[in-house]
Design a protein around this ligand. Structure first.
Ligand SMILES: C[S@@+](CC[C@H](N)C(=O)[O-])C[C@H]1O[C@@H](n2cnc3c(N)ncnc32)[C@H](O)[C@@H]1O
Length: 284
């Protein structure tokens, strides 16, 4: 896919604007970033990396792509589109922070185009180069390898920022959002994958998220919350494996728990999702 340049991009080293210069992006101080042949740019500064290969690995990305392509989370994509559509037009900029392999942005773009016939600017970034490479194959958008900790976008540039099952950094999110812009957080609710969690953990604990408090402490204003609950079709052994591989449960579950999961087949699971809207208010 051809790289889609946006004049909102900034240098991760000095935050100057990045201009398109043949096959690279360059800032006024001469920092240059090559455009990869797949159609993305790596704007991850050395200081933003906590490992040699940060973020989701190649296999996790492939598992998520295959699982999502099978349509098991279609209702999540539909609800996301219904929440975003009313607030976007052709002049809007939508940014997916921790976009993974691009499933939700592809769904969103298709649904916005078919119902509103408008083409907002779409930017997706993820710290995993494997995820971004996979995303470039889904749709033409501005794809970046970058971190939530140092988002290479101009301040006050995004109308709508998405963080789906991600690792939000609220100060950075707040900085790139326009005044009055929206952050839409999509995360697992208490019953999410409960049947699978009962198999892989000796005891299922309720995790009380402090995300909302963190967001408000960073100056976000709480907007509406909505939830979505449904059961998937019975999942095959392979699909259970993919589902486990695309979640943090892959690292948290015990060895015995994961072994028990390999024996599951024809196994429906509950999907329980919380959609939380937050708004960027004035200065705090
Ligand atoms: C659970 S996955 C969700 C991916 C995608 N949003 C989805 O729902 O399909 C979390 C993603 O966050 C990415 N990630 C982890 N730390 C990050 C960071 N500091 N900045 C940006 N992305 C990050 C991972 O590489 C991974 O793709």
């Amino acid at each position: 896919m051809k790289f889609v340049y946006s004049d909102l991009l900034t240098c991760p080293l000095d935050h100057h604007a990045l201009q398109l210069d043949a096959d690279c992006l360059r800032c006024a101080d001469g920092h240059a970033f090559d455009i990869a042949r797949q159609g993305y740019v790596n704007l991850l500064g050395a200081a933003d990396k906590r490992s040699r290969d940060p973020g989701d690995g190649k296999e996790m990305v492939a598992a998520r792509r295959d699982f999502l392509n099978d349509g098991h989370y279609q209702p999540v994509a539909d609800k996301l589109a219904n929440l975003v559509k009313p607030q976007v037009n052709t002049d809007s900029t939508i940014v997916d922070a921790g976009c993974g392999e691009g499933y939700y942005l592809e769904q969103l773009e298709t649904q916005i185009e078919s119902s509103s016939h408008c083409k907002p600017t779409i930017i997706g970034f993820d710290i995993s180069k494997w995820a971004v490479q996979a995303a470039t194959r889904r749709l033409a958008a501005t794809w970046l390898v970058a971190s939530n900790r140092n988002i290479p976008l101009a301040a006050n540039s995004a109308d709508c920022l998405l963080s789906l099952f991600g690792f939000p950094v609220f100060n950075s999110f707040r900085s790139v959002l326009k005044e009055g812009g929206t952050l839409l957080m999509v995360d697992a609710g208490p019953q999410h994958l409960i049947e699978l969690r009962k198999v892989i953990y000796p005891e299922v604990r309720r995790s009380d998220s402090t995300m909302l408090q963190q967001a408000c402490a960073a100056g976000f204003l709480e907007g509406e919350t909505s939830t979505l609950q449904f059961q998937t079709d019975p999942l095959s052994q392979l699909q259970i494996h993919q589902l486990l591989s695309m979640t943090p449960h892959l690292f948290r579950a015990t060895r015995e728990g994961k072994e028990r999961a390999t024996r599951l087949d024809h196994f429906p699971v509950t999907v329980d999702i919380v959609f939380q809207r937050l708004h960027k208010g004035g200065n705090t």
